[in-house]
Design a protein around this ligand. Structure first.
Ligand SMILES: NC(=O)c1ccc[n+]([C@@H]2O[C@H](COP(=O)([O-])OP(=O)(O)OC[C@H]3O[C@@H](n4cnc5c(N)ncnc54)[C@H](OP(=O)(O)O)[C@@H]3O)[C@@H](O)[C@H]2O)c1
Length: 258
């Protein structure tokens, strides 16, 4: 990874009403992108599935009469990250970080490769990109960063603590970034979804009460963003659930193992 000493790129122009999605093919992020497009934002999608993002971009442009573009980005590939950051000469008003990898907990317990992959995709490899836009926005004294973390980061569970730990790190990072950038008029929002039906959770069952619908979740994220809510746990039922879980004594919590 090239050392990203970005203290602004002189050629970067201030553009309003652009929403850049890092992880442009994420089911949750796509739904949020439609909300911002309806609100008049141009949509930039960055991710690795170019043809799928192009389909989404075309649909967004047709439906909402806004400009939409796609950018190639694979965060596991240093060259791809450097190419993206060096070529993206724009200043979006909003950047959404939606890349995620659930991974295989059992495999991660035995394989450093899988363990690192979970930690790196959900946290480490996203940091240079967040830093880049954070520094740019800090210099411009305006902008918004939405970071999608997870309720899984609120308390580590035996069944998915590699993923949970990576999301916990991301939530702590977002919290610190929010405090730092609040001095520069830059808003940082943390989103902690519960279980939502998307590509990521395909084949996993959860009780209906605790299963979120991607469209409703996107609506809640968009509306909370408009209200400048710093931390959103969604769907609502997870606020109650984690109020209980976070207050359980460790001796009791440990007994909830599967
Ligand atoms: N669904 C849930 O229950 C849930 C709950 C809590 C938090 N979240 C979080 O919500 C966010 C969005 O997830 P989702 O539910 O919308 O799942 P999703 O549709 O599977 O989206 C995850 C995205 O991450 C992208 N990605 C993975 N590795 C990448 C890499 N190396 N480089 C670039 N992109 C990469 C995937 O790209 P491809 O499309 O190319 O595979 C995919 O578009 C994630 O951060 C996830 O952890 C989801």
């Amino acid at each position: 990874m090239q050392n990203m000493k970005i203290k602004n790129k002189p050629e970067t122009k201030l553009i309003n009403k652009v929403c850049l999605v890092i992880g442009g093919n994420s089911d949750i992020a796509k739904e949020i992108a439609y909300k911002f497009a309806k609100d008049g934002y141009s949509i930039h999608l960055a991710g690795r599935s170019i043809s799928e993002m192009e389909r989404t971009a075309k649909d967004i442009s047709n439906r909402f009469d806004v400009n939409s573009q796609v950018f190639s980005l694979d965060i596991e590939d240093n060259d791809s990250v450097n190419n993206f950051l060096n070529s993206y000469n724009q200043f979006p008003e909003i950047v959404i970080f939606a890349i995620g990898y659930l991974g295989n907990q059992k495999l991660a317990e035995e394989s450093t490769v899988e363990a690192n992959r979970i930690i790196n995709i959900n946290f480490t490899y996203q940091i240079p990109i967040i830093n880049y836009f954070a520094n740019l926005m800090e210099l411009q004294k305006s902008g918004n960063i939405i970071i999608i973390s997870s309720v899984a980061g609120l308390r580590g569970r035996g069944t998915n603590y590699f993923y949970g730990a990576s999301k916990s790190a991301m939530s702590a990072f977002a919290s610190g970034l929010r405090q730092r950038l609040s001095l520069s008029n830059v808003f940082v929002m943390s989103v902690l979804p519960g279980f939502i039906i998307t590509k990521m959770t395909q084949g996993i069952d959860a009780p209906k009460l605790f299963t979120g619908d991607v469209v409703k979740v996107a609506e809640s994220i968009f509306s909370a963003f408009k209200r400048k809510k710093s931390v959103l746990i969604t769907p609502f039922i997870y606020r109650i659930l984690f109020l209980i879980i976070n207050n359980l004594p460790e001796k009791l919590f440990i007994k909830l193992r599967k």
